[in-house]
Design a protein around this ligand. Structure first.
Ligand SMILES: [Fe+2]
Ligand SMILES: [Fe+2]
Length: 404
């Protein structure tokens, strides 16, 4: 049964149920049930034109919160003499330039392209847009709050955060507009109030956001360059915007790099090396599992999911090696072997989750898989690391090996 068949069956079942209920209570049939599921994709709707947000799990993009008082201390020049004010000013001026102010302008191509994507590809396309929009919006919320909280203690840094939140709002808004082309936008106000926020200590926020900005850069630019070389695979105009868009992410990442440089204890202790590898690993594994769970999407763009992922991981790792004290040896064959095993285990876990077995049975079936999953994660973390952190940024970024 296809998704649209499932969807129409779901709609008609609901409609029948509503009609039965209405007959029973003597009222006219309501049409609410029809708005509950998108007829073409089977995607649940919150209301007409608005998608119900995907259920949160370990792999979905999160909203973050942190210890804002400690963040203030981190950026206070009185407490933190290593903070290079000239560099901060230079970064601030770059953000003030607002290079992409006029970049995110839509045209008629969008709606027409969305209408031509049908069936299962339509569903996975919407899923991709939702994940991207949620991730961008998460950045917006965090940066906006940081900008607001640090206004008094570190005005220059606060303005940088506010300007980064401007960029992320643009990105999220552009993606949400794309979702409305599919008649399934997100209610971002509702998400702000109702989604769970994950607490991270400031230094973990900095490692994690640095990595997510840089991996975002490499994902966007790699998709852009692939489609530039294969214009026939360009099934929706969004990707044409990725070239300038990814430069925003690159600049955001560079700001966090400057912050990391100002805190030697984040980079040169035994503990910091372990955290650096841990965050690299969690970002790479999350992307690998997510993308392999929906490889049809990447294939619909003519990309090979594994090749695309490995390319993004290698490049992000090289960029990260310019600042993190240790990174993962992504070229070690064991790295990919273990990632592939994790994909296999994750697929089995998903299948068990979707089966009709009783919960107790499901838990019993899942237990050895969780153990296998944990063993591979520990194995990845225990791999011989690559010592890094000393490469000059400018040289590394212009290295032709960084091109897709
Ligand atoms: Fe962004
Ligand atoms: Fe960003």
């Amino acid at each position: 049964m296809t998704v649209s068949q499932c969807a129409s069956r779901a709609v008609s079942t609901r409609a029948r149920a509503t009609t039965r209920a209405s007959k029973a209570n003597g009222r006219a049939p309501r049409t609410i049930a029809r708005a509950a599921v998108d007829a073409e994709t089977g995607i649940a709707k919150m209301r007409d034109g608005i998608k119900e947000a995907a259920r949160e799990n370990l792999l979905t993009p999160r909203f973050y919160t942190t210890d804002f008082d400690e963040m203030e201390r981190l950026f206070s020049t009185e407490i933190n003499p290593n903070l290079d004010e000239t560099e901060i000013e230079a970064i601030l001026n770059e953000f003030r330039e607002d290079f992409n102010q006029k970049h995110f302008v839509r045209n008629d191509e969008f709606k027409a392209a969305a209408d031509s994507i049908k069936g299962e590809p339509r569903r996975i396309f919407i899923e991709f847009l939702e994940r991207s929009c949620t991730a961008e919006f998460s950045g917006f919320l965090l940066y906006k709050e940081l900008g607001r909280r640090m206004k008094k203690t570190a005005p220059a840094v606060a303005e940088i955060f506010t300007l980064m939140s401007r960029d992320e709002a643009r990105h999220a808004g552009f993606l949400n507009k794309a979702m409305s082309d599919f008649n399934l936008a997100l209610d971002l106000g509702f998400l702000t109030k109702n989604r769970q926020y994950t607490f991270f200590q400031p230094k973990f926020i900095i490692y994690a956001t640095y990595l997510s900005e840089k991996i975002g850069y490499w994902r966007y630019i790699s998709i852009y360059r692939h489609l530039q070389q294969n214009p026939d695979e360009q099934l929706y105009p969004l990707f044409k915007y990725f070239e300038n868009w990814c430069q925003d992410e690159n600049r955001h990442g560079d700001f966090f790099s400057a912050i990391l440089k100002a805190r030697p204890e984040f980079l040169n202790t035994f503990e910091s090396k372990l955290w650096a590898r841990f965050f690299c690993l969690s970002v790479y594994v999350t992307m690998y599992l997510n993308d392999h769970g929906r490889s049809e999407f990447y294939e619909s763009l003519g990309l090979d999911t594994t090749q695309f992922n490995m390319h993004v991981i290698h490049q992000t790792n090289k960029t990260t090696a310019t600042i993190f004290p240790q990174v993962i040896d992504t070229y070690n064959p064991e790295f990919k072997e273990r990632l592939d095993r994790l994909v296999g285990v994750n697929t089995q876990l998903k299948a068990i989750g979707q089966s009709d077995a009783p919960d107790a049975m499901k838990n019993l079936q899942k237990a050895p898989l969780f153990a296998a999953f944990a063993a591979d994660l520990i194995g990845l973390l225990a791999m011989k690391p690559v010592d890094s952190g000393s490469i000059d940024f400018a040289n590394a970024e212009s290295d032709p090996a960084f091109m897709y």
